[in-house]
Design a protein around this ligand. Structure first.
Ligand SMILES: Nc1ncnc2c1ncn2[C@@H]1O[C@H](COP(=O)(O)OP(=O)(O)OP(=O)(O)O)[C@@H](O)[C@H]1O
Ligand SMILES: [Mg+2]
Length: 267
């Protein structure tokens, strides 16, 4: 059963007065309780794909968007801003590419989590703050009660990513979209954050779209993989096929850039 089914998504931007095709005929699905990895080099259209699903691209630069984005069978493209706001955060949680800009520097982590919860649910500040503490605990932040009072700059990079995950999870989304959530982290912290995503998927029975340009991360986290190149989907396959018998020459080229891929991909 698919939770998300994107069909023939086309997106164009107006850049310096000219219409530029950004996404061309992108189709892919995300199964229930599975992780879809989206991989591709810088500029291939990964973030625009994520932002299009959430309808978060403003006009300008957006010139045109067509196709279908079916979430549990319902096409999101015709929905109003109000309907989309309802869905974002509640049904579909998201973590943006830049943790520093995604968190507001002038508010504490606790304020940011509790505001998100209260925006979607009719509960009071105290209850929302308690829920925030539970969430920080769930994503593995030590002494969560104390951390609620911290400002973003007082947290390490790995902790900021965990705090963003906590905010994204605060309304129990069924689908989580995470755009390069581990890219800015050093390898050890990256491994911990990947473990966190795997655990959350298992425990919350969520589906995840995980965007990265790093094939090693894909090998760790994804069940299925979408390979993007210049705004197009060049290959969709299981993680094992991608690593052991890639069909498209571009996927083969990406793989050849990874020095040692023995043991990549899982059953
Ligand atoms: N606000 C914008 N205005 C004009 N062009 C844009 C804008 N945002 C993205 N683009 C263009 O859209 C294309 C896809 O960009 P996108 O951000 O989706 O790439 P990406 O795969 O996420 O890259 P990265 O790995 O660097 O994050 C690129 O050609 C980029 O230049
Ligand atoms: Mg991006």
């Amino acid at each position: 059963m698919k939770i998300l089914d994107v069909k023939n998504l086309n997106v164009s931007f107006r850049v310096n007065g000219k219409i530029k095709t950004i996404l061309q005929d992108i189709s892919f699905g995300v199964d229930e309780q599975q992780t879809l990895g989206i991989v591709g080099e810088s500029g291939s259209g990964k973030s625009v794909t994520a932002m299009s699903i959430l309808k978060l691209i403003s006009t300008p630069p957006l010139a045109d968007m067509s196709g279908e984005v079916l979430y549990q069978g319902r096409n999101l493209l015709p929905l109003s801003n109000t309907e989309m706001r309802e869905l974002r955060g509640k049904e579909i949680g998201f973590i943006f590419q830049e943790p520093m800009t995604a968190l507001n520097p002038v508010f504490t982590i606790g304020d940011q989590i509790s505001e998100t919860i209260m925006a979607h649910e009719a509960i009071g500040k105290k209850e929302a703050l308690n829920r925030g503490i539970e969430l920080l605990d769930e994503v593995g932040i030590p002494r969560p009660g104390l951390r609620m009072k911290s400002y973003p700059h007082e947290l390490s990079g790995g902790m900021r990513q965990r705090a963003l995950a906590a905010i994204a999870l605060s309304c129990n989304p069924r689908l989580l979209i995470a755009d390069e959530p581990t890219t800015a982290l050093d390898v050890t912290i990256q491994a911990q954050v990947l473990e966190l995503f795997k655990r959350l998927k298992r425990e919350r029975q969520m589906s995840i779209i995980f965007i990265t340009h790093d094939l090693r991360v894909i090998a760790e986290i994804a069940d299925h993989v979408l390979v993007m190149h210049q705004g197009k989907c060049v290959e969709k396959n299981t993680v094992n096929t991608i690593f052991h018998s890639p069909e498209h020459h571009y996927t083969q080229k990406l793989l050849s850039l990874v020095s040692d891929r023995r043991g990549y991909g899982r059953a």
